[in-house]
Ligand binder design. Structure first.
Ligand SMILES: [Zn+2]
Length: 440
């Protein structure tokens, strides 16, 4: 049986339990899956279904939850619940036994009750498993397979880590000094060890690096907002991905670099940006604002990671990667030490070179999400890396990296030139000269 709605669960418990006193109410117990950390999911209770999944009623007296063992990539939406819930090929297994969670009974704290209600509300119609799968298919096919594969890294796509190696990722903080790229690149071999206890078993709720899971809430909002309208899911998904990885993981790259490697033009992007969810969801605003964060050694490290991973015209060795990162970080430090005078009206103010460049690195007014100003995150990092690449990779490879990847030239005026402010374009064109001046 699929238990979807907590309010229904709550009511059913009320009806079935003989609640006569306050104490009965306080002792009310719910069926609970520790894997999903939820009272709702696909719960199987009859002896035969348990047997099919390799369980006995003795080890799972309240039944099992199979939601947390379902491989969504294998699930076919056309299957009905009673068909797929007994098709063990669709589930993660260990030695023939589904990695399902035996259900327990538990009293819920007030906090858990409200969490359960909230979860039900925010997921709305998409809390349903097949709808969730449908939604994933919609966005995956809007993206097409090639772009979907390119999400990895920094995202994991598919479910390959859901049941193994998760412990390495559970404590990743945004300000973790290790680069997200290095973490994402720690390919974890499939580990066939059976989890020793339920507590040790990773749960889908913790699986935040999955591309679809990370963006699920944005997708749900978009579908609700765009009912009956043309959807532009591709542009929306790409912009949301860009904002999410920048903000959540500090995984910075210039928007035009991301757009080029994802094969989307600025016209498509702009058209979606002008037709954003209205009013802009708060967390999208937060994400956009974070694009104005000052470059740091971490964003440099991340961008070098993006380049190494995705620039196929210039292959960069491990040593070169290290060297490029080091030199670019030290150039960034120099920028923050150099003081310059910037004219303001009839006088001038003293600023660091970094602050000055950072304050002008913006997209112009026509390139904005419903008028919300966008900073050209990653541009300064790209300039530092490109400058240092002459030294590390040699002039020829540097030029290829600069012109094909970091500041791509197309036919006519490249779109980053069209959409950045004049001041920003000026800095980009004269950056090498500015640095040479301070280096001598
Ligand atoms: Zn579960």
């Amino acid at each position: 049986m699929i238990v979807l709605d907590f309010d229904e669960v709550y009511e059913a418990h009320f009806r079935e339990s003989n609640i006569e006193t306050e104490e009965d109410l306080a002792n009310l117990e719910f069926t609970w899956c520790e894997g999903c950390r939820s009272t709702t999911g696909i719960h199987l209770t009859d002896r035969e279904s348990l047997m099919i999944h390799g369980f006995t009623t003795k080890e799972a007296p309240y039944g099992i939850c199979i939601s947390c063992a379902l491989d969504y990539d294998k699930l076919d939406v056309r299957l009905k619940e009673e068909e797929f819930s007994l098709d063990t090929d669709l589930f993660y297994k260990e030695e023939g036994k589904t990695l399902a969670t035996p259900l327990t009974r538990k009293k819920l704290t007030e906090e858990q009750v409200s969490e359960e209600k909230e979860r039900g509300r925010s997921r709305g119609q998409f809390r349903d498993f097949s709808n969730r799968y449908n939604l994933k298919s919609l966005y995956r096919s809007a993206l097409t397979e090639d772009r979907y594969r390119k999400m990895d890294p920094p995202y994991f796509i598919g479910n390959r880590l859901r049941y193994h190696g998760m412990d390495r990722f559970q404590n990743v903080e945004i300000d973790d000094v290790r680069s997200n790229y290095d973490l994402a690149n720690m390919r974890v071999e499939r580990n066939n060890r059976i989890p020793e206890s339920d507590a040790e078993r990773p749960t889908p709720m913790e699986f935040r690096r999955d591309w679809f899971d990370s963006l699920l809430d944005s997708f749900i909002l978009h579908e609700k907002h765009n009912e009956g309208k043309p959807n532009k899911r591709l542009a929306y998904a790409l912009i949301c991905t860009y904002l999410h990885k920048s903000w959540d993981w500090n995984n910075i790259e210039p928007l035009w670099v991301f757009a080029k490697r994802m094969g989307i033009g600025n016209v498509q992007l702009k058209s979606k940006m002008n037709d954003w969810i209205n009013p802009i969801p708060d967390y999208h605003v937060t994400q956009m604002e974070s694009l104005s964060n000052v470059p740091s050694f971490q964003t440099i490290t991340n961008l070098v990671g993006v380049i190494t991973e995705h620039s196929h015209d210039v292959m960069i060795s491990f040593e070169e990667k290290q060297e490029l990162t080091q030199q670019s970080i030290s150039l960034l430090n120099q920028l923050s030490n150099v003081k310059i005078k910037v004219p303001v009206g009839k006088t001038s103010v003293e600023k660091t070179l970094l602050n000055h460049i950072h304050s002008v690195m913006k997209f112009n007014g026509s390139f904005s999400i419903q008028g919300q100003e966008l900073c050209a995150a990653g541009a300064i990092e790209a300039l530092c890396i490109s400058y240092c690449a002459t030294n590390v990779l040699g002039k020829q490879r540097r030029n290829v990296l600069h012109r094909k990847f970091l500041f791509p030239k197309g036919n006519g005026v490249p779109w980053w030139k069209q959409d950045l402010t004049t001041d920003a374009v000026h800095i980009i064109s004269s950056f090498d000269k500015i640095i040479d001046k301070f280096q001598t």
